[in-house]
Design a protein around this ligand. Structure first.
Ligand code: C2E
Ligand code: CA
Ligand code: CA
Ligand code: CA
Length: 275
């Protein structure tokens, strides 16, 4: 029994060692990824489900490494946040998103809005507002065409983030609460904090058509949003049944594989042209 335990520990130790080795390798690869231009963006359309028109897109970062292949954000965003690399990376993502959407606007889609994910770590950067302003100037994108998606976790530390979000809103930029319903959801922040949109988390949408509770929760979120004048969008819509129930519940905006996966720039342009 003893030796078995010992062996288990050894296996355990090795796993930890491998994990931290993998982590260190990933971290050093991530450090050079930005200057080696290994990041690119995909865009997932946001749809008005009553008219089936594209109203905008969420930009999602992708990392293509020459040896490791394409690494999903789930594998590197948290590492980028822990190491602070998310700050320069996030600046690149924001600039690239704004630049791309301005180009689409110029090609005949003037109302197009881009939603960019922003980590808490970026909001804590004292230069964040200045960077956002500079990027809008550089790309000549109207602030009204930009939305920042933040997760509820930022409201856990209300002191700083609120004033930053207020400044963002004053610039004319929209603020959306991502993954709404999964974190520190609180009715008081809906009332008091500078936000424009609630983005209903995909966990509620996933079983919307089979689970009465998810359906009821979505209906409640939509009703609250409508009655306090917030926009509401559902993410992770994969089936027509879900889309129909969303319409029935009064939710007018949606995003998900049912409409389109996140697309590379060229593919996105194709669907934009035919709509
Ligand atoms: P998120 O912001 O909640 O993004 C939604 C995720 O759901 C994306 O995964 C998207 O591809 C995926 N998705 C979209 N439609 C569907 C659907 O119908 N079904 C399912 N099952 N999934 C769907 P992705 O691109 O792998 O991104 C994962 C997370 O990584 C994001 O979650 C976000 O937290 C983070 N992330 C991605 N891009 C960025 C970025 O540019 N900056 C920051 N800070 N975080 C990012
Ligand atoms: Ca998001
Ligand atoms: Ca989300
Ligand atoms: Ca998420």
């Amino acid at each position: 029994v003893k030796s078995g335990t010992k062996n288990n520990y050894q296996v355990f130790d090795q796993t930890i060692e491998n994990q931290s080795l993998e982590r260190r390798l990933l971290e050093s690869a991530l450090r050079s990824a930005l200057k080696e231009e290994q990041f690119f963006l995909e865009f997932q359309p946001k749809i008005n489900i009553e008219t089936n028109k594209i109203i905008g897109a969420e930009s999602l970062v992708r990392w293509h490494h020459h040896d490791l292949g394409t690494i999903p954000p789930g594998k590197f965003i948290s590492l980028a946040e822990e190491t602070g690399l998310i700050v320069p990376m996030g600046e690149w993502i924001l600039r690239e998103s704004c630049r791309q959407v301005k180009a689409w606007q110029n090609e005949g889609f003037p109302d197009f809005v881009v939603s960019v994910n922003v980590s808490v770590r970026q909001l804590e950067d004292p230069d964040f507002i200045e960077k956002v302003k500079r990027i809008l100037e550089e790309t000549s994108l109207s602030p009204m065409s930009l939305e920042l998606e933040v997760t509820e976790s930022i409201f856990a530390d209300v002191r700083n983030t609120v004033s930053i979000l207020e400044e963002i809103q004053k610039l004319g930029i929209q603020v959306s609460v991502d993954d709404f319903g999964t974190g520190y959801s609180s009715l008081s922040y809906i009332k008091n904090l500078p936000i424009n949109t609630l983005k209903i988390d995909q966990s509620f949408v996933r079983d919307l058509h089979t689970n009465e509770e998810s359906n009821a929760i979505i209906m409640a979120i939509v009703n609250i949003a409508n009655s306090v004048g917030l926009n509401v969008i559902a993410e992770g819509v994969e089936m027509e049944e879900q889309a129909n129930l969303l319409v029935k519940n009064g939710c007018k905006l949606a995003q998900g594989y049912f409409y389109s996966k996140p697309l590379k720039k060229d593919d996105f342009e194709k669907i934009l042209q035919v709509q």
